[in-house]
Design a protein around this ligand. Sequence first.
Ligand SMILES: *Cc1c(COP(=O)(O)O)cnc(C)c1O
Length: 381
Amino acid sequence: MKKIIPFNKPLIYGQESKFLKKLFLINEFSGNGFYTQKCSNWIKKNLKCKDALLVNSCTAALEMCALLLNIKEDDEIIMPSYTFVSTANAFTLRGGKPVFIDIDPNTLNIDPEKIEKAITKKTKAIVIVHYAGISCDLEKIIKIKNKHKIYLIEDAAQALLSNYKKKPLGSFGDLATISFHDSKNIHCGEGGALLINNSKFIKKSKIIRDKGTNRNLFNRKKISKYSWVGLGSSYSLSELNAAFLYAQLLNAKKITNFRKKIFFLYNKKFKELEKRKCIIRPTIPKNSSTNGHIYYIHVPKIERKKIISYLKQKLINSVFHYIPLHNSKFGKKNSITKSDMSYTIEKSKSILRLPLFYGIKKQEILHICKTIQNYFNERDK
Ligand SMILES: *Cc1c(COP(=O)(O)O)cnc(C)c1O
């Protein structure tokens, strides 16, 4: 193979330009128009949430969660350290303190056994991340949430169309957030959604989205003039992005099925190397499904750099991620660490993410698996 295999390739599936052209005729480009409605209805139907607000990123949706929960100075929010910055930053912006705990080494999701010990009188919420689109142990987490009467937020940025016990992720928390960044399964460049399952947040969420105004009521002709009624910001997704996104959502099931096939092809091909104890494959727990967002393996941490350059030489791009937040420069000063972090530290050093995007060829996957096999064969010669 001569051409480099990229790690990710954002794609266009066909109707994006048609919908954009239609929008040019509609001639309304700001948020909450025709295509926003279409996308929002699609999300409500497919993710089984009470309401879905399209916003300009998952980061924005997380910031809205912090505003909705009225997070104040020194409120504590329990979350994994092994996650993207926005999960924590959104709450820190309001003066809240992320309380980091360790992950389950099999799923890289928050370890439910460690949540309860981290709860104090200051705890306002638990934020969970369904890493790689594979669900957290929701049964245990929901039990803890109910017992202690604290809010649950799902950072479902990576989890569109994944399930737990056949119910869509994003439908379990009081609130949930989705990302449509172009590194995710379904994208519109930059975009996201706030999903609401606890109805008490519906009214306020629109004020927050609409710059702190009750413009939503004005648009629906319920009041004659809108004004400043609370805290908010500019969180709506533009119709330009929504038109593009709607075309992608219409193909979401096709895209997800393709990605799942690739996930399971990788998984089959790596069985042998796992048996040889060269790598560890991802675990999908009994009640969880995957949406094929990420395929990763764990490699010996002292060899990861070498493996990445070996793959690069063979024209394969592989990446790793998440410098644990509790150990980051800013995180150290602005958070609390409430458990031993050995899995977070260990796994963040051994993870290796492999190319996965719609349209990647079976032959390319086989080439990647073979190359990794060759690496270990040469090493063990
Ligand atoms: C991608 C991602 C985000 C941020 O999404 P944006 O839409 O880029 O703001 C947040 N959390 C997790 C877990 C993510 O993977």
